[in-house]
Write a protein that binds this ligand. Structure first.
Ligand SMILES: O=P(O)(O)OC[C@H]1O[C@H](O)[C@H](O)[C@@H](O)[C@@H]1O
Length: 356
């Protein structure tokens, strides 16, 4: 399906929107898509495409890229950009057990039931929702968020459904996204979704920040904070298991939804001696995904060997869909920091990373 034309696209008479932060600049990328560049101290920098409202780059003080972006990523609608932080909304993802119980209890409105039936390869609601392949606009007058005077580089984006979108997900909403680069190079994304239906209907959705981390070598990476957690295994018909062992390491394809995961998760890259700390709010679950070699080869926009250099850890609300009544707003926040890791020499206590 064709995505609506970008605001201010080539040939359009509208002037480029002004950005409230002097540390943010709107530029046109070589692919001709517009992106906002946020600049921090030294070489710290974040790039956000209006297409998808998608962060595609996060660099530290040394100008080192911290997010994975495929060399084969396609910067052309309707394909979502492969890498960075795609926003997955509105997804409708129900494990079979939940779906059966919901149907049994007849507690879904007819529309919701219709959407449940669309999950998977059926129906026309895309797997990860349509927010990641729509053109967002700059929102210069968003309702205030708690003030943090230390943050100078930020941008606010907004997405509202088009007529076409309403045909595939019949709900009116306002999705506000703030992307902010903190003074120490931390990256945060705050999503606010409001039900603006005027017919009194609630809506339900699942959500994920599909974060692709750049790693040196997947076999040198471990994830801490998810051990002993329950998860649904997408590779085993979403069956529920309990994680065993001390930490999560990677030797083959993984596609798991960890349930009620802690608010902090650490990704330790032994080779780069770097630890990513993922902090999540309003997002109970965490998806962990690496396609490994076979699936990598099958993906058009992903290099055959690139699975070695990425890991997705995705703060999400998956198991229990979020329901909003008209006028209600939901907030989900992701904060990322990258700290030098001397974990190998025992100086970095993973418990301190996880508990703050
Ligand atoms: O190819 P995409 O639609 O971007 O999805 C890529 C992956 O995203 C998530 O992590 C899902 O859990 C996977 O099942 C899916 O394969």
């Amino acid at each position: 399906m064709a995505a609506p034309a970008p605001a201010g696209a080539a040939g359009s008479p509208s002037p480029p929107p002004q950005l409230p932060s002097p540390f943010a600049e709107l530029v046109r990328s070589p692919s001709s898509l517009e992106k906002v560049v946020l600049r921090g101290s030294r070489n710290c920098c974040v790039e956000v495409y209006l297409y998808g409202g998608q962060v595609t780059s996060w660099k530290n003080d040394n100008g080192e890229e911290l997010l994975f972006l495929s060399t084969k990523a396609i910067f052309k609608p309707p394909k979502a950009i492969r890498g960075g932080i795609p926003i997955c909304f509105p997804q409708v993802w129900y494990p079979l057990s939940v779906m059966a119980s919901l149907m049994f209890r007849k507690c879904l409105a007819l529309t919701e039931m219709h959407l449940v039936m669309q999950f998977g390869t059926h129906g026309n609601l895309e797997q990860h929702g349509f927010a990641r392949n729509r053109f967002w606009t700059i929102d210069n007058d968003p309702p205030p968020l708690p003030a943090n005077p230390a943050i100078k580089a930020y941008v606010d984006l907004i997405l509202r459904p088009s007529e076409e979108d309403l045909k595939i997900w019949p709900h009116s909403f306002e999705f506000r996204l703030r992307v902010a680069l903190g003074p120490s190079g931390d990256l945060s994304l705050t999503s606010r979704i409001r039900n603006t239906n005027t017919d009194g209907r609630p809506f339900s959705y699942t959500f994920a920040y599909h974060t692709y981390f750049s790693v040196s070598d997947i076999s040198e990476v471990r994830v801490e904070g998810l051990e002993t957690m329950d998860y649904l295994d997408n590779l085993k018909a979403k069956e529920r298991f309990t994680e065993q062992g001390d930490a999560i390491v990677f030797e083959s394809e993984v596609d798991k939804v960890y349930l009620a995961a802690p608010s902090k998760i650490a990704i330790i890259d032994h080779e780069k001696k770097k630890t990513f700390v993922v902090t999540k709010e309003g997002l109970p679950d965490a998806v962990v995904w690496n396609p490994w070699d076979k699936k990598a080869k099958a993906m058009q926009d992903f290099g055959d060997g690139e699975y070695k250099n990425m890991l997705c850890v995705e703060p999400a609300a998956v198991e229990k869909p979020i329901t909003l009544k008209p006028g209600e707003e939901w907030k989900g926040r992701l904060a990322l920091s990258a700290v030098p890791s001397s974990y190998c020499s025992g100086q970095l206590d993973p418990l301190k990373v996880l508990q703050g």
